[in-house]
Design a protein. Structure first.
Length: 611
């Protein structure tokens, strides 16, 4: 198919040459904007030539082209990707559409919107993404406007292994209804295997919008057709089409005698054309431990060679359990289905609303194999069993290198997850594979997961980096990039781990950067080393507090602050400490302190990559 096949019948040859030249110079984001602009321009032109529609027509959407606004709140990028897909498909249908990250959107504009579609992810136990915090605060507060003329729809993204599954999306769905907005389509809650359900929701809600848009299908614009022409036919490298990266280094980074195992892994991306920026993550498509697969098959008395259907594709059961299904983590979905299959009263009781705490404890303290052993189901067939499982998801690791320093390579820093559960040694799905079952020159399927909310500023801007354990990984990439670019901005690293002697990750690299004055300052905290001054366990937040005056001075001078590491302890502890620093050094009250930190977040000067 060529561009010429799309030439409009009313265009002159000269006009068409101008159109083709313009299209060839635009990327997909620009084409999306152009299509929305043309749709809006056509709407404005029609409004000048036609009588003004009645109020009833405006509210219903009949007889006028309505504006569509797509909002997203994203922590890891999934909601952002879905929102972009939604906006692109809307533009291809000729709808006048605009796309906004909640962090950049002014929520007071909501009262002037017409159709609003929201894609919202849930962070942790029911919280909105960090970048969407201000939007949620406004929309759930007393200042939120009534929205009787607004139509809306919510696509919620979450993880069913958490008790408050998709809660952020549910909150927005409830709140828009409370404010009087009219629901275009029922909310859909998507688990980690969100693609099929999300795409179905997108198609359904766009069908509804298309039916109420002026002119029906005839509104599809030339720009939207050109967008499809400009699209590249080359398959993108993503989690559905990963690149086989060769392992060129796999070493234990932690010292002998360490209470944990931390690894440094280097992967070759040669010939892939993969590009990433410091702050991005590498997605790894893992496989399950063969011993665990064998244990499941033996316990269930199932044959590994038996075929099962996976959305129209046939696969051997053993291969399906090894590469396609999550067979470790226990989810509420599995628990509910196993309660039905086994008839176990204990499992049925856990589903009750007054047993939420017991259910959460059970989920965290058991794996799939433990439930199967504890509550056996005789005569279970393979198809019924795999229907209880959810797809095996990629694991994301912050990239610990810069392409400027290590071309066509990606380095990872990961902690091997090992623990004992019910008398058995267990390991993380991906970290166990990388530590125990991957040899040098083996190939691992990988792709880049973009993280635009964790980016370096200009070369002359000071940065404060706060990381604990493997959370130091992206800061290694930051410093490699800044060194390669000859950046002159000051840099300050706060690093914490257990022991100085065994867990000072990349110690010689930091020391060289300090010696060469590429790293301006570094403060460390080793929580399990005995201190001569009698101080209790020291963490990075204690180092921050000890240098409160300088930290605040750097922020006042425009520094960007980054936090990477554990979401449950590190991130909230550091946030509380920052609030204390701002309040004390700035002389602010509680409200002014909160405003200060929120302003940093809105300006993207306070960024977090937590997990």
């Amino acid at each position: 198919m060529t561009v010429s096949e799309f030439k409009g019948p009313d265009l002159t040859d000269t006009q068409w040459e101008h159109v083709k030249a313009l299209v060839s110079s635009l990327d997909s984001k620009q084409l999306l904007w152009i299509s929305g602009f043309l749709a809006g321009f056509e709407q404005a032109s029609s409004a000048k030539a036609a009588p003004a529609p009645s109020t009833a027509q405006d509210k219903s959407g009949a007889g006028s082209t309505r504006r569509l606004t797509v909002l997203y709140g994203s922590e890891t990028g999934n909601s952002r990707t879905l929102a972009k897909t939604l906006a692109e498909r809307a533009a291809q249908r000729g709808l006048a559409v605009s796309l906004h990250d909640m962090v950049d959107y002014k929520p007071r504009q909501l009262k002037d919107e017409q159709d609003v579609l929201i894609v919202a992810s849930t962070y942790g136990e029911g919280d909105p993404p960090q970048t969407a915090a201000d939007f949620f605060e406004f929309i759930e507060g007393r200042k939120a406007p009534k929205l009787p003329t607004v139509r809306f729809g919510v696509l919620a993204i979450g993880d069913s292994s958490y008790e408050r599954y998709c809660e952020a999306g549910k909150r927005l769905d409830r709140r828009f209804e409370e404010l009087g907005a009219q629901r275009l389509a029922p909310r859909v809650d998507c688990d980690v295997d969100y693609e099929e359900a999300a795409n179905a929701w997108i198609d359904d809600v766009l069908d509804i919008l298309a039916k109420t848009a002026a002119g029906g299908d005839s509104t599809t614009s030339t720009a939207s057709r050109l967008s499809s022409v400009a699209a590249t036919p080359t398959p993108a490298i993503d989690k559905h089409n990963p690149h086989p990266a060769r392992v060129i280094e796999n070493i234990v980074l932690s010292g002998r005698g360490s209470s944990k195992e931390t690894r440094h892994i280097e992967l070759s991306l040669e010939g892939s054309g993969i590009h990433f920026e410091p702050g991005d993550a590498l997605g790894l498509v893992p496989t399950n431990d063969p011993a665990l697969v064998e244990g499941l098959l033996c316990t269930l008395k199932l044959d590994a060679s038996q075929t099962v259907d996976m959305k129209g594709k046939q696969a051997a059961l053993g291969e399906a359990l090894a590469s396609h299904f999550e067979i470790t983590t226990l989810t509420p979905r599995f628990l509910d289905r196993w309660a039905e299959l086994s008839g176990a009263k204990t499992l049925r009781n856990l589903a009750a609303s007054d047993h939420i705490a017991e259910r959460a404890a059970y989920l965290s303290g058991h794996h799939v194999i433990d439930v199967i052993r504890q509550f056996p189901v005789e005569g279970l067939d393979a198809a019924t069993f795999v229907a209880t499982l959810r797809p095996l998801q990629p694991r994301l690791y912050s990239i610990a290198s810069s392409l400027a320093a290590a071309p066509e390579e990606a380095h990872l820093t990961l902690a091997t997850v090992r623990y004992e559960l019910h008398g058995e040694r267990r390991a993380g799905v991906a970290s166990g594979q990388l530590s125990d079952r991957v040899a040098l020159d083996a190939e691992l399927p990988v792709y880049v997961h973009r993280n635009p909310n964790f980016r370096l500023p200009g070369d002359d801007v000071p940065i404060i980096m706060i990381g604990a354990g493997t959370g130091v990984a992206p800061f290694r990439a930051f410093m490699q990039e800044r060194e390669a670019r000859g950046a002159n901005g000051r840099s300050w690293l706060f690093f914490g781990d257990r022991h100085f002697r065994t867990d000072f990750l990349y110690q010689t690299e930091w020391q060289r950067l300090l010696k060469d004055k590429l790293l301006t300052r570094m403060d460390v905290a080793f929580s399990r080393d005995r201190r001569s001054d009698g101080e209790a366990k020291a963490y990075v937040q204690h180092r921050l507090k000890a240098h409160a005056r300088d930290v605040f001075a750097w922020l006042e001078e425009g520094a960007h602050l980054y936090v990477c590491g554990d979401a449950k302890r590190l991130a909230p502890d550091v946030h509380r400490t920052l609030a204390e620093i701002v309040a004390k050094e700035g002389g602010f009250g509680p409200e002014a302190t909160q405003d200060y930190l929120q302003k940093l977040q809105r300006e993207r000067r306070y960024q977090r990559d937590v997990y």
